[in-house]
Design a protein around this ligand. Sequence first.
Ligand SMILES: [Zn+2]
Length: 292
Amino acid sequence: MISTEQAPGIYRHRIGDVLVTVLHDGELTISPSFLQNTTAAEVEALMRAAGRRPPFNTAVNVFLLQWPGRTVLVDTGYGGFGGPTAGRLLRNLQEAGVSTADIDAVLLTHIHSDHAGGLIDADGLAVFAEAELVVPEVEIAFWYDDANMAALPEFRHRGFKFARQTTAPYADRTRRFTGTEPLPGIEAIPLPGHTPGHTGYFVGTGADRLLIWGDIFHVPDVQAARPEVTLPYDLDPARAAKTRLEILERAVAEDMLVAGMHMHFPGLGRIARAGAGFVVQPQVWSSELPPG
Ligand SMILES: [Zn+2]
């Protein structure tokens, strides 16, 4: 019998004293007609130009950060909320040699199902028994505000219920942070628009720095070329597009290494200008890491 099983979805990269491990949670399929501020024909043309053919899968990545004696998970993937093509975080975490009890803190970029779903198991209980849950104050306040929910159309209400369902088991160990240092060695940068509290996280210092920028891209092959393209997941599409353009320009200016939850696994790369837009230059596989 020929196996069609892939190698475990794990990729390690060192940033200063931090070992970053990208963990593949799976993928979701996005239809070209789902994207906004564009046409399905333009999306298909951009995908073809990037060598893509249907079905157009988008990766779901999670980032594990390890310092000596300290382990942080940035987002948790879909858990049981993403169907059969997602929810592989725990298997890949185990392959990386880390147990759920080893996680000291779970830091969220925002509270959407593909980022917070892995917080809870099938019984609705906390997966990370020892972890502090660290969430931007703006983000958690937004999802727990009934007035915000009432002000939005019905189809948005599920997101509020979901945000509360996944974070509630951590209520007695949730830290809602303001400011720029959610955890030692991590610098927060607000990237609002996709959600009100959508936040990116820098690790490392100086030239050896990585920005984990959450959902700046959902479909990188399209949104790098056309940063104005948005998705219905964006709560404030105009702000999301503005934030994307600003951080893309900064990434080029500072030659920044960036990582995204929906950039092609292993989700690391740099940004270059290409025509009127940008292009992702993916990190090339490295079989040797500098010692920590
Ligand atoms: Zn997402």
